[in-house]
Ligand binder design. Structure first.
Ligand SMILES: [Zn+2]
Length: 329
């Protein structure tokens, strides 16, 4: 099993969808994080929003890490601060997938060119801001010669926020065509590497079907899901230090090794490195715990000889046929 770490590397202004000049204080914490990655020979993938892609200090810092072969640089589009600005500023338009397709393409091209020019390389990996991915976005990515996407957040429904419904999305990597981002096909031009989310028991398909079923019935549903979680029957785990403590991430990864999963994708936001920006890291104590979780997970991966690869390295990992079978797994 290989490990990928994907980091949405973005401005401080969490949840602010206005296009005003953002601040980039959280980026000061990247060198310390990178030091930890270097110590464990881990190659992170920094997915850059437009403000990060165009800020001189960020460029100098991240270019150096990239040019010394210690990370991959990819693209992370927050449409509300990526030119051109032709849409209104509201929660619905904060999802790239809700914009007219020509505007999606213009924004992605603009961000792509900014990274290309400022970082002297061509990004081929992508994650949509707020997970706002769609067939149309995928089609833009294909036209811009992207190869890998990581915008799928399995089990999560963004419908109430005007976004995609990933309730029944696959959780292991798969190739696909832009015509249908959920349909697995070996000759697809794009590789999807979903954020790793799953269940501690029973594989992915059955517990997820049960989870979705229980979610739909209003009577006592939270109580029942909570109870089943406690009994570890329906224990859902998000492989992210923003949501999950180290022991649970480690138990989950151990289960995934036994399931012969080829690649895991641990994910978080750069904004969680500075206390008070995200809902996940509010205080200095939270920040220490956050870093502790990452470190504990890296110690585990080192002990288990789990090699760290960047997101586009996943293209070289042979996928076992079972990950490509069916739509649900
Ligand atoms: Zn983002």
């Amino acid at each position: 099993m290989k490990m990928i770490i994907t980091i949405d590397t973005e401005e401080d202004n969490w949840g602010d969808f206005s296009a005003r000049t953002p601040s980039l204080e959280n980026l000061r914490y990247i060198p310390e994080l990178q030091e930890l990655f270097d110590e464990f020979k881990v190659l992170p993938t920094y997915l850059l929003s437009y403000p990060v892609a165009t800020d001189e200090k960020c460029i100098a810092m991240l270019r150096e890490i990239h040019h010394t072969g210690r990370c991959e640089i990819g693209t992370h589009c927050h449409p509300w601060n990526t030119p051109p600005f032709q849409e209104t500023s509201n929660p619905k338009d904060s999802m790239l997938c809700n914009l007219p397709s020509d505007l999606q393409f213009k924004k992605l091209s603009y961000l792509h060119e900014a990274i290309k020019n400022n970082y002297n390389m061509e990004p081929i990996s992508f994650r949509a801001g707020r997970w706002g991915f769609s067939n149309e976005v995928a089609s833009c990515l294909e036209q811009l010669h992207y190869k890998v996407d990581t915008s799928v957040q399995p089990t999560v429904d963004w419908g109430k926020q005007y976004g995609p419904d990933y309730s029944i999305a696959p959780t292991y990597p798969y190739y696909f065509k832009p015509e249908n981002i959920f349909h697995k096909t070996w000759n697809g031009p794009l590789l999807e590497v979903p954020a790793t989310i799953g269940f501690l028991r029973g594989g992915y398909r059955l517990p997820n079907a049960l989870f979705n079923l229980l979610k739909r019935y209003p009577f006592n549903r939270l109580h029942l899901i909570g109870l089943l979680e406690k009994l570890q029957v329906l224990k859902k785990v998000l492989l992210s230090p923003e949501h999950t403590d180290a022991p649970s991430m480690i138990s989950f990864a151990s289960v995934l090794i036994k399931r012969n999963v080829p690649v895991i994708n641990l994910w978080f936001h750069s904004t969680s490195l500075k206390p008070g920006l995200t809902p996940f890291v509010k205080t200095e104590v939270d920040r220490k715990e956050f870093i502790k979780r990452i470190k504990a997970f890296l110690i585990f991966t080192k002990e288990r000889d789990i090699e760290s690869i960047t997101l586009n390295d996943a293209l070289k990992v042979p996928l076992p046929p079972w990950t490509m079978r069916g739509t649900l797994r």
